[in-house]
Design a protein. Sequence first.
Length: 164
Amino acid sequence: MASADDLLTAGRIGRPHGLDGSFHVTHPRARFLAVGARVLVAGAEAEVVRSDGTEARPIVRLSGRDSREAIEPLRGQDLWVRRADAPPLGEDEWYAEDLEGCAVVDGAREVGTVARLLAYPSCEVLEVRAGERDLLIPLISDAVRDVDVEARRIDVDLSFLGDA
């Protein structure tokens, strides 16, 4: 099995859909679940042979799982893709896994650490642990000056957020 750093989460197996082994995906990353994609689940590799539904509520079927009974024991299991097999990122795109744990600064001032990336309706938001409080920083150019994943550092503009 690949190391945790080599894997990206694609979602979690939800309730079955129909009798053919299809299932709903919870917490999906739909772009990772196209027909032909290779996923890892419960330590085994499978191919996505069906991908329907919507991006928010995809319905997927995996090779080798062709009945409701075959998928039910996997309910709640995470679906993983190898980073090398993931679709390429666009400019100014990052995987949530790469942002989590990054130091957040405002110029030379230390602010905190990214706990996780949240998907809000208008944009994605960094949840930052900043001492006694948590900050929510929208991942937009007015609030974020620079993201350096290799250096594990994100430079933000707290004045834009109303925090001096």
